[in-house]
Design a protein around this ligand. Structure first.
Ligand code: 5GP
Ligand code: MG
Length: 481
């Protein structure tokens, strides 16, 4: 099982890349807390440091000093309950006959087993069961026969699924976004070089300028002297499959993804939530931090609505910032305790009031369940829950480790059942149409698998929401196609 992660790549004129990579990984820490790593190249050889833990813990001053070279890539990896696995930490690096490769991957292939089996038959030995290693070996093999661009194109014709990659082939840094653009990837300009990153917030951190998103199916090659880059549209997708959940939950609100500022999208979703299911109450309060932008948009729309009573936007829940993301907790009991540890109501904003509580999503229901009870205990008269995403009814296979069907509270329950289970006076979710509207995308260009149960990819045992023509694996696609 692979995870959503953060990837970066940097090519500078003559400064060491290690520090900018380190800072940009810090900016992407929310995308993965299990491990962090950097691989650089100094023109002669690769240097690598990959360790378990947060970015701040994974690197010492001396680690950064030994990462010589003006070119490099980095990675932060997302944790999955129970599989703290040092073998899968990235960047993945290999040396082979025609050079060295480093690879950082965000996403999840759906045909890694098939491609891996084929490569194994051809004599490739794998050290992990990860799909990133499959990509690395396939690319290494193609690089024995083709130039860089053709080799990447050939690999892209064989792998299927979700991948935003930063790759280092010797001292050349590349960025690749899968033809469906499932995960984000963007390119930015620094004073003395160029940077590729999962999110533009990482470029901001380096005082760089966002140039644009890497396009679905595009390869970006950063010049090894840090002075420019070339791009190749290697696959022309008919439809994209952007993950809407990046905009709803996962990405930083200060990032621009596919030309939209995430914060504004979330505020628009909050406004749509008012339009679809607004209810008068004394206060509107967000579940911090994920509900904040939604609640501010919702309250704004409520206060603009001439037919409504007007509402106070209040920070009614205090967050203990030192508690990690609750998902990391392996058991349900620990997850429940963690919510209580993490959030505490501010009594004066709650007592004797009718409250609308707003969050981005309900996954297992743990957070809403605990918070509704907490607000009643603090003296709330009514608690209405509004959610800035549709019910999550099915798992994510594309890199967001969202739990299995049995764990998803909405997998087999109606909204009314869920309302009763979490004990709220009312509950409403946002519609899928509102999501497509806020993202200015057709539903056919989004991956909506977790809210429809139909996926834009071939996944064993799951329904598909579109026809996608793909070459059968094993047909050695030519780069000139
Ligand atoms: P629940 O408590 O219902 O299981 O999860 C909902 C809460 O988890 C929401 O506050 C939401 O912000 C957060 N959340 C949603 N998706 C994810 C995810 O993929 N990872 C983590 N860590 N949190 C998530
Ligand atoms: Mg949350």
């Amino acid at each position: 099982m692979h995870e959503k992660c953060g990837v970066v790549g940097v090519s500078l004129e003559d400064r060491d890349a290690a520090r900018p990579l380190y800072y940009s990984l810090y900016a992407l820490q929310h995308r993965g807390q299990e491990s962090a790593g950097i691989v650089t190249h100094d023109g002669f050889q690769q240097h690598s440091h990959v360790e378990m833990g947060l970015v701040g813990d994974a690197f010492e001053q001396s680690d950064l000093e030994q990462l010589n070279g003006s070119q490099g890539i980095g990675h932060v990896r997302y944790p999955t309950a129970g599989s703290v696995n040092a073998c899968c930490a990235q960047p993945f690096s290999v040396s082979f006959k025609s050079g060295s490769l480093g690879l950082s991957h965000n996403g999840n292939l759906v045909n890694a087993d098939e491609v891996g089996d084929q490569l194994a038959d051809l004599g490739h030995a794998f050290t992990s069961d990860g799909d990133t290693e499959v990509i690395a070996h396939d690319l290494a093999r193609n690089l024995l026969e083709e130039d860089l661009v053709r080799a990447v194109k050939r690999t892209m014709s064989r792998i299927h699924g979700s991948y935003s990659l930063t790759i280092m082939h010797d001292d050349t840094v590349l960025g690749v976004r899968d033809p469906e653009g499932n995960r984000p990837l963007c390119i930015g300009e620094l004073e003395d070089g160029y940077v590729l990153a999962s999110e533009s917030a990482a470029i901001d951190t380096l005082d760089g300028e966002l140039i644009r998103d890497v396009r679905p199916g595009e390869l970006v090659v950063l010049h090894a002297d840090g002075t420019g880059y070339d791009t190749y549209q290697l696959v022309q997708p008919e439809n994209t499959a952007h993950c809407f959940f990046e905009h709803v939950y996962f990405a930083r609100p200060d990032s621009v993804i596919d030309e939209q500022l995430v914060y504004e999208v979330r505020r628009d979703l909050g406004r749509a939530l008012w339009d679809e299911s607004g209810i008068d109450s004394d206060v509107v309060m967000p579940v911090p931090d994920s509900g904040r932008a939604f609640a501010s948009g919702y309250a704004e729309a409520a206060n603009e609505d001439a037919d409504a009573d007007g509402v106070e936007f209040a920070e009614g829940l205090m967050k203990n910032r030192y508690v990690g993301r609750t998902f990391i907790m392996p058991t349900q009991d620990e997850r429940e305790r963690a919510v209580r540890l993490k959030l505490n109501p501010i009594k004066s904003t709650v007592e004797g009031k009718t409250v609308t509580l707003i969050d981005d999503s309900i996954v297992r229901g743990t957070t809403s369940n605990q918070l509704v009870e907490l607000l009643y205990d603090a003296g709330a008269e009514e608690v209405h829950v509004r959610i800035g995403a549709p019910p999550i009814v099915a798992p994510c296979y594309m890199g967001i480790d969202m739990a299995s069907r049995e764990e998803l509270i909405a997998a087999d329950q109606s909204v009314a059942d869920i309302r009763d289970e979490i004990g709220a006076d009312s509950l409403a979710y946002l519609s899928i149409d509102a999501i497509a509207g806020a993202l200015s995308k057709s539903k056919a260009d989004l991956c909506l698998g977790c809210v429809t149960g139909e996926y834009p990819y071939d996944i064993d045992g799951e329904a598909k929401d579109r026809e996608v023509d793909r070459p059968a694996i094993g047909t050695a696609a030519s780069a000139d196609d």
